[in-house]
Every structure is written in C-alpha cells, then in structure tokens.
Design a protein around this ligand. Structure first.
Ligand code: PSU
Ligand code: MN
Length: 303
C-alpha cells in the first residue's frame, strides 16, 4: 500500500472485510464550523454512518501521513487547533513532506479517498465558481477534481455565495454528472431549491449506485455530484439567507479577501449574520447527507 497512507484500525478492518465505507472531509471541521459544534457534529456524523450500515473514514493530513479514519482525540485536535492548514490538491505534497497538519477540502479528500479505494464521500457543500469569477478567476479546485478523480460526492448542492449557474456550466464542460436525490432542482445548501435544474433525478440509491458503476465500468474518469436537499424543517428562509449572503460578499470585497481565505471568511460571516441559525442548518444537512451516503455505499458495495 501507498507509503503515505495510514488507515485507522476500524477502516483497515472494514476494508479487509469488504464492508461499505464512507469518506468524510476535515476542512468542514477545521475551517467550516466553530468549535465545539464542529467536533460534536463530526462525531455524530460518523455514528450515523455506522448506524446506517457503513464505516466512516474521516480524512486528514498528520505527521507526514494521509490519515484515513481519525481517532477521537485526533478529531478533537483538528476541531480545536488553529495551526491546521486548509489542504487542497496543491497543498498535499508540501504538508506531507514537512509533516504539517492539514484539513482536507473536497478536492484533497477525493484524491485521498481514491488512493484509499473509497469511492463514496459525504460532505456539506462543494466549492464552485465564485460570483465575479469572470474577473477574479476564483474557481474552486473541487471542480477540477470532480473532473478527474473517481469519487462520488454527496452534498446539499452548493451555497449561493457561489455562482450556481457558472458552477453547473463548468461541471457540464468537464463531464461531471449532477444527480438530484428525489429532486429535479439543484438545492442551494441552506435552501431546498435554486433557479437551476440537476442533470438527472434519482428517486432511490440503487439508481445512483448503478449509474456510478456504469460510469466507472466505462472508464469515464471523474466523479459525480449527488445533490441531496436539506430537510424541509431545517431549511432557511430564502429571502433572509440571500440578504445575508449579499452582505457577506460585500464585506469580503471591501476587505479584499482572496485565495483560499474566501470560502472560510464567507462561511463565518454567514454564521454570524444569521445568529447561528445557518450553523444549525449546516449541521442538519451534513447529517442528512451522511445517512444517504451510508445507504449509497451499502448499495454500491453490493453491486
Ligand atoms: N462549502 C461549505 N462548507 C465548507 C466548504 C465549502 O459550505 O466547509 C469547504 C470544503 O472543504 C470545500 C472548500 O472543499 O471549502 C472549498 O474551498 P475553496 O472555495 O477555497 O476551494
Ligand atoms: Mn477559491
């Protein structure tokens, strides 16, 4: 096995026994949510995956290794420490070579999950084409990764801090299917709907599993976006969240936030401006995705 990979006992055993496994990212823990809700959510998400028949594998960079599956104290450390780098594709080699700590983004988690042989990955929201990208060129590396790495990403769509229309255009160019779970409409993270359609609707996990298997059987490289709307009772009011996002974007512009700071800055602002209501929604949608991801992993493994 790859010298840079270190499996937890639980994940190693699951791999040996051919059990369904679900990959989880760590940027959402270190840079996407505040402590202690981040660690508590990470633990609950892992537990929900177990309860739904799969084994969770939270991924992060530590001591020169790609950790596939974190211990309880490692989860705590990634949630608490302020010296954890946000690790996307470009950061992986440096962080491993210098034995620094890294919390993996969607892009980096996909790379590590593929190396570890885990094709199903659950998160909250993917990165995408930012509003104003026609001049800033701020396009998340997550999209390029979806184009080339064979891992399916279950998410609640993308936040409207992004330009959802351009994000879909980018994914279309790269041949990445966007599959709506029991929906025709692309969900926008805090809300169940947006002005955009998904490419395909799947009413059950078996359809998603069969589509993924067929894609990879055909050597059509790249991932897929599985868009799972936030449960109705946790969704936010569209007008409220739109106003909050506009205000957060304005502040990011005024403060000249750029590069990898943009997304964490916007996430934190949205949380503050909604008085924590957005955090509650964020936690609920990640759990909802964990249940779907576990069921999909079970179905995919049975094929
Ligand atoms: N969107 C969220 N929450 C997150 C992220 C995105 O709603 O935590 C994180 C994910 O790790 C994603 C990353 O891969 O931000 C994208 O960052 P960037 O836009 O810098 O590529
Ligand atoms: Mn960016």
């Amino acid at each position: 096995m790859n010298q840079y990979i270190s499996f937890s006992e639980e994940v190693r055993t699951a791999k040996e026994q051919g059990k369904p496994i679900v990959a989880l990212e760590s940027t959402i823990i270190s840079h996407g949510m505040p402590y202690p809700q981040n660690v508590q959510t990470a633990r609950e998400v892992e537990q929900m995956i177990r309860e739904n028949g799969a084994i969770p594998a939270t991924i992060a960079i530590l001591d020169g290794k790609i950790k596939i599956g974190l211990s309880d104290s490692e989860l705590e450390m990634f949630g608490k420490s302020s010296d954890v780098a946000k690790a996307s594709r470009r950061d992986l080699a440096y962080l491993l070579a210098t034995k620094k700590k890294g919390a993996t983004t969607v892009a980096a988690t996909m790379i590590c999950a593929e190396l570890a042989g885990i094709p199903i990955f659950v998160t909250g929201g993917i990165g995408g084409v930012h509003r104003g990208a026609e001049t800033t060129m701020d396009i998340s590396a997550d999209l390029e990764e979806l184009a080339q790495t064979n891992v399916a990403v279950i998410c609640a769509g993308a936040k409207s801090i992004l330009d959802l229309g351009l994000t879909l255009e980018y994914l279309e160019t790269k041949g990445v299917p966007v599959i709506g779970y029991q929906t025709d409409i692309l969900p926008a993270f805090y809300t169940r709907t947006s002005n955009f359609s998904v490419n395909f609707r799947a009413n059950d996990v078996e359809t998603i599993a069969a589509t993924l298997k067929t894609k990879w059987d055909l050597n059509l490289k790249g991932g897929a976006v599985i868009a799972n709307p936030i449960p109705e009772e946790h969704a936010m009011d569209e007008k409220t969240i739109t106003a909050v996002i506009e205000s957060a974007l304005k502040e990011a512009n005024e403060q000249h936030i750029s590069g990898k700071e943009v997304t964490p800055f916007l996430l934190a602002k949205v949380k503050d401006l909604t008085g924590g209501k957005s955090l509650e929604s964020n936690i609920a949608l990640v759990k909802n995705n964990a249940v779907l991801g576990a069921k999909l992993a079970v179905s995919f493994t049975a094929l």
